[in-house]
Design a protein around this ligand. Structure first.
Ligand SMILES: Cc1cc2nc3c(=O)[nH]c(=O)nc-3n(C[C@H](O)[C@H](O)[C@H](O)COP(=O)(O)O)c2cc1C
Length: 189
């Protein structure tokens, strides 16, 4: 039975969502679902209604170029064997989305805009999780490389890439833990 059929509560979706590392390769979510998820996610809180985000949906050619660039970066930093493994792994990722946040000379604005983008992407991930679609937020070296900005046609002076978001139907749902809530609670008089 799917999550939709069991009508999970928001709390169950929040707690049940996991970062997905292994996706099924036999099914790719329809792009329309992703557009709907983006559309809904944009109702995230954002101070002064800056709506500081931009979404990039790379096509096959761009994806291939990102994978190549990433393996070049890994080859230099770690070695050719690791680069080959990364290339294989990234080639299996079913759905790709790149998200950027507006840059600003104003430090507080930038901090608040990045916070808004994090709210946005949590919305995005929860929306998809309800549809049985998992996401992995990736912030590897490649997203800070100027060649990556060139591939995506992003101006690094005006936008900062906050991540590559891979999405798809989970092959495996990892188990993770959180500390007991008491450990992060401070009760004051
Ligand atoms: C800003 C941000 C960046 C992240 N970057 C990566 C990453 O580069 N690689 C990765 O494996 N996971 C990345 N993650 C996912 C976290 O590792 C994951 O959320 C954490 O392990 C907790 O697992 P959960 O999402 O299943 O609760 C990132 C998460 C956030 C919020």
């Amino acid at each position: 039975m799917s999550k939709k059929e069991t009508a999970h509560s928001i709390a169950e979706i929040i707690v049940g969502r996991r970062t997905i590392h292994e996706f099924r390769t036999d099914a790719i979510p329809d792009e329309n679902i992703i557009i709907k998820a983006i559309d809904a996610a944009r109702w995230a809180p954002n101070h002064h209604l800056t709506e500081p985000w931009q979404f990039y949906i790379p096509g096959q050619e761009t994806i291939k170029n990102i994978i190549e660039l990433n393996s070049e970066i890994v080859a230099v930093k770690i070695g050719t064997e690791a680069a080959a493994k990364k290339k294989q792994r990234w080639s299996r990722m079913p759905g790709w989305l790149v998200v950027s946040c507006d840059r600003s000379a104003d430090k507080l604005k930038m901090k608040e805009d990045y916070a808004a983008c994090c709210c946005l992407m949590q919305n995005f991930m929860l929306y998809l999780w309800e549809q049985d679609i998992g996401v992995k937020w990736s912030t590897g070296d490649v997203i800070r490389d100027e060649r990556f900005y060139d591939l995506l046609w992003i101006d690094p002076d005006t936008e900062e890439v906050i991540g590559i978001f891979w999405y798809g139907y989970p092959e495996e749902i990892p188990v993770t833990v959180r500390k007991p809530v008491e450990q992060c609670l401070v009760k004051l008089p």
